[in-house]
Design a protein around this ligand. Structure first.
Ligand SMILES: [Zn+2]
Length: 207
């Protein structure tokens, strides 16, 4: 007898029977039309490779200068943390803490959990420990706001370009790359995909 897979709609709690989709197809709830999941054809290995890419981009973003200002023979460069700490010096401690939390702490935790979940699925001996990290990851994602910081930075670059020469640093480009790769990761590392990889790994272990 073939096993019937069920999926619960996250919007209206309707229990639906899961259908096998072709790559690129998406399934939606028959009652509220919410998108249930999409088959992107991404494998665990591809997602793991993307996760390690985010680690490299994150390290570059936090190690190298973000930008440098050249004005009257003086060049002053700043890093992501330096930009946040400058707000503390200008008596904006709340903003400073918010920037550090949303651009350094939350993304670092997000990347760490993603690597943990994927490594567990790929190499872990105990497969039951990915449920709670996935819940934390789903709650953490809205707090990671590197793209909001980047938008603010772009606005300041436009405003400053007439006053000083601006040299864009490696951290700027890695920050841009991180936004793109993280957005793509969000579509690959979904609870539905994790569950499928978990089932696949479980059947591989049992064989
Ligand atoms: Zn629904």
């Amino acid at each position: 007898m073939s096993e019937v897979k069920l999926v619960v709609c996250h919007e209206c709690d309707l229990i639906c029977q899961e259908k096998t989709l072709a790559v690129g197809e998406a399934a939606s709830c028959p009652r509220c039309r919410a998108k249930l999941f999409q088959h992107r054809g991404s494998t665990l290995e591809q997602t793991l490779a993307m996760a390690f890419t985010t680690v490299i981009l994150f390290l570059i973003m936090n190690t190298f200068p973000l930008m440098a200002l050249h004005l009257q023979q003086n060049t002053r460069e700043t890093s992501l943390l330096g930009a946040a700490l400058a707000m503390w010096d200008r008596e904006m401690p709340v903003l400073c803490v918010l920037v550090i939390l949303t651009t350094i702490v939350a993304p670092a935790m997000q990347i760490g959990i993603e690597i943990y979940v994927l490594s567990r699925l790929k190499w872990g001996k105990q497969l039951k420990t990915t449920g709670l990290p996935m819940v934390i990851l789903q709650k953490l994602r809205p707090w990671s706001m590197v793209e909001v910081f980047m938008l603010g930075l772009l606005v300041s670059l436009v405003k400053l370009k007439d006053l000083a020469d601006i040299i864009v640093g490696p951290a700027f480009w890695s920050c841009s790359g991180l936004i793109v790769v993280s957005a793509y990761m969000g579509t690959m590392l979904t609870p539905h995909n994790v569950w499928n990889w978990f089932q696949q790994r479980k059947s591989d272990v049992q064989v």
